[in-house]
Design a protein around this ligand. Structure first.
Ligand SMILES: [Zn+2]
Length: 493
């Protein structure tokens, strides 16, 4: 049985790949482009990793699998006020994953680093959770359980989510950590291919996205925060991480046989970030979101106003306790978001709230339809208060955008921020409407897809144009019909 190897490069951008392939910097991707199939891959709406990778693994749209962002408002029924906000994870993704169908057909699968797979489920093969998982040591991070200890002993200090502590001035150590983390991902892939060989291997590498978020300003001379001096020093940071990933890919190719198939893809692309829209701050100013007036909320408000959160993390770094504190990805995001929790909100008086990153607004209470219509109308007019330019390219109703069994749980209003130059946050205590954190890059909707191997794979790979078609393609490559009503099992071809 020939092997199928899938490498996910989180956030690898089609335009950057094209440019750097053209300049001869990415010889292994260049080979896929030359000998296989290659092209842009449209992401999901929103084009954020949990949503996009859920679509990758299920072949379904968000309305069908039920993952709409990093956070889930936990509700007993759609449109009710949530009891809490929590990070999204595997149980929130409600469709069958392509590897489950492969396992049913008797194929073994090794799935490593795919976001939203925590806690991992038993599979025929092995599995290591990806983004949104707490850490390799936690139960549910690896299947079989002993694999976590084996990885530590045989591969090294592999981390599910890289530390990613970036702040201005820390470029060198940040990049060192990112490269070290990526190196370990390559080493783990190599180790598993050699010692735990499966019919299908999937690895997602995260550092491409991470470095783009933090280092974009240095290579982009038009970025509002570009500084020619630091720009010169770090202009090559993103290319370096792409080259590193390309080299690791080349190493893995040496472990492939002549009949094997290699697929490379990303969940979205990348581009500059010009500002972060604090949508909850706007909703609060407009009277849609009402916060409680308790001690906790006063404290959070003051903490945000005086930069307490940032000072705290700076102090933690200074005294070297940030490693020891090791906040989870979710906790770090909650910190950065100004601690907004469901208990901060006066639900009796609130009509709408937002859950960050891209502009997703949930509407609650009576007169929902009226609130949605109002929001669609006035959000269109939002302008960047500093630059004076429009921030919003389009506003859609969730009901028009999402279809399927879980569409009821989708955000009610979805913003399309202009040219994807802005992101949204869920800060409710931010003093300003538009802010700029440490990130200078964000997501664009165009990722990349490439395949190299058997003629059938390459031929049908040309039809893969958006993320929801990838699962069907992968099933076809291993000879399983993507139609679930067809008899299961490798087809005779
Ligand atoms: Zn991503």
């Amino acid at each position: 049985m020939p092997m199928l190897l899938v490498i996910g490069l989180d956030g690898a951008s089609y335009d950057l790949c094209e440019r750097w392939i053209g300049e001869g910097h990415l010889p292994n991707l260049e080979r896929i482009k030359r000998e296989g199939c290659w092209g842009p891959l449209q992401s999901t709406t929103p084009s954020v990793s949990p949503v996009a990778w859920s679509t990758f693994m299920t072949g379904k749209d968000p309305g069908e699998h039920g993952v709409f962002g990093f956070f889930v408002p936990e509700r007993s029924a759609p449109h009710l006020p949530p009891t809490r906000f929590r990070p999204v994870n595997a149980p929130d993704c409600h469709s069958q994953r392509f590897w489950e169908r492969m396992n049913e057909a008797g194929l073994s699968t090794g799935i490593v680093g795919v976001p939203v797979t925590y806690p991992v489920q038993p599979v025929r093969g092995h599995m290591v959770a990806g983004l949104m998982a707490p850490g390799l040591r936690s139960p549910g991070a690896a299947y079989p359980r002993e694999l976590a200890a084996e990885i530590k002993a045989k591969v090294g200090p592999y981390q599910i989510v890289p530390p990613g502590t970036y702040y201005p001035g820390a470029e060198e150590s940040f990049l060192q950590q990112a490269h070290a983390a990526l190196e370990l991902r390559g080493r783990l892939a190599s180790y598993l291919l050699a010692h735990h060989r499966c019919d299908v291997h999937v690895f997602v590498w995260y550092e491409t996205d991470l470095v783009q978020h933090k280092m974009w300003q240095f290579m982009d001379r038009k970025h509002p925060r570009h500084n020619p001096v630091t720009g010169k020093r770090w202009a090559g940071a993103i290319l370096d991480i792409y080259q590193h990933a390309d080299a690791l890919l080349g190493n893995l190719c040496e472990q492939l046989g002549p009949g094997d198939t290699l697929v490379v893809l990303s969940d979205h692309g990348a581009g500059p970030l010009h500002g972060t829209l604090h949508l909850n701050t706007w909703l609060r100013e407009q009277g849609y979101l009402v916060l409680r007036q308790g001690y906790q909320q006063q404290l959070k408000r003051a903490a945000n106003r005086y930069g307490f959160v940032q000072h705290c993390s700076a102090l933690a770094r200074l005294f070297g306790v940030s490693r020891w504190m090791r906040p989870s990805q979710g906790a770090r995001r909650a910190l950065a978001s100004g601690f907004l929790s469901a208990s901060d909100i006066d639900w009796a008086a609130t009509r709408a709230y937002s859950l960050g990153f891209e502009g997703a607004i949930y509407v609650v209470g009576e007169r929902r339809e009226q609130t949605i219509a109002e929001l669609v109308g006035c959000l269109q007019e939002l302008r960047d208060p500093t630059a004076g330019e429009p921030m919003v390219q389009g506003v859609q109703r969730g009901a028009d955008l999402y279809h399927g069994d879980y569409a009821n749980y989708a955000p009610d209003v979805v913003l399309h921020l202009r040219d994807h130059l802005y992101s949204a946050s869920q800060k409710a205590f931010a003093p300003k409407l538009v802010g700029m954190g440490v990130d200078s890059g964000t997501h664009q909707p165009e990722g990349v897809f490439g395949a190299l191997g058997c003629a059938r794979a390459v031929r049908s790979g040309h039809e893969v144009v958006d993320l929801s078609t990838v699962a069907r393609f992968l099933l076809e490559v291993v000879g399983i019909s993507s139609d679930p009503t067809c008899p299961k099992g490798p087809a005779s071809s």
